[in-house]
Design a protein around this ligand. Structure first.
Ligand code: IPE
Ligand code: IPE
Ligand code: MG
Length: 257
């Protein structure tokens, strides 16, 4: 059978019915990259790529709900992205605010629980206000946790925890011997979330770009050349299918070795 035929999704492929819930990733992290390159290739301004990327975010939250994925963390803005031109940053803030307002109904209808990770102090007050409204409204929803990483940096997060622990040791509330991987992880933004099983990057770059440095220790990595605005449901399901074929050893050996 030609490769193109075998790669065509069938009705079953579209649902993942053959992959039991406990074999699907519990927590998926996504580096949503390639918006600007996609737009430039279409002869459009970079911001059009960001605008089109919102539809892909919607597809991801819908598909995660349908597949019973516990948590999905989306990299929306890194702590380094502030280096970009002010006009692009202004547009990103506008888009974020719009998303938080316009998606509120969908978030509630799908039973998604919103969580935001990253620094709050550099975001516009209008964004914070819309964010807090959606966070509060969705706080007891039973579905997928939709985690938005905004002004997030892995190094910044680890440094924040180190500082907090150092302060507590200095104040005599904690001894250094009490600091271990569990106490450290319990101070990270991601506390309470399942371990990240799968990390996806669109746009083809094989790097982590300061995303969830602590949390991706044993995540399976999946990179696609497809840029975020064109990333489809079929691509997303493909990443989950490939995840299922990976042998995860966590430093140990396979069962039959
Ligand atoms: C990712 O797309 C979105 C953000 C970083 C906000 P980019 O804007 O980085 O797009 P490319 O990588 O330049 O194509
Ligand atoms: C990572 O993409 C950040 C987000 C997707 C929000 P970048 O475009 O900032 O990453 P680099 O600069 O190519 O490493
Ligand atoms: Mg990029």
């Amino acid at each position: 059978m030609p490769i193109s035929d075998s790669a065509k999704p069938t009705a079953d492929d579209d649902k993942l019915d053959d992959i039991p819930l406990d074999q699907r990733p519990a927590h998926i992290a996504i580096i949503m990259d390639g918006n600007g390159r996609w737009a430039t290739a279409q002869g459009l301004p970079r911001i059009e790529g960001h605008r089109r990327g919102v539809a892909t975010v919607r597809m991801i939250s819908e598909t995660c709900t349908e597949l019973g994925i516990q948590a999905v963390t989306l990299y929306c803005l890194s702590s380094e992205n502030w280096k970009r031109p002010q006009a692009e940053l202004d547009f990103l803030m506008h888009l974020l605010e719009q998303y938080l307002i316009e998606e509120r109904r969908t978030i509630m209808d799908q039973g998604l629980r919103l969580k935001v990770i990253g620094r709050r102090d550099r975001l516009p007050a209008t964004v914070i206000a819309e964010m807090d409204r959606t966070l509060e409204m969705s706080a007891s929803n039973p579905g997928t946790q939709l985690v938005l990483a905004i002004d997030y940096g892995g190094r910044d997060e680890i440094t924040m925890v180190a500082r907090e622990l150092a302060d507590e040791v200095a104040a005599g509330k904690l001894t250094s011997a009490e600091i271990n991987e569990d106490t450290f992880a319990s101070r990270l933004y991601t506390k309470g979330l399942p371990e990240i099983d799968l990390m996806i990057r669109t746009g083809g770059d094989m790097r982590v770009s300061n995303f969830l440095l602590w949390q991706i220790s044993y995540a399976e990595l999946w990179v696609t050349e497809t840029c975020w605005p064109e990333f489809s449901r079929a691509d997303f399901l493909d990443s989950i299918r490939q995840f299922k074929t990976r042998q995860r050893r966590f430093g140990g050996l396979n069962v039959n070795e």
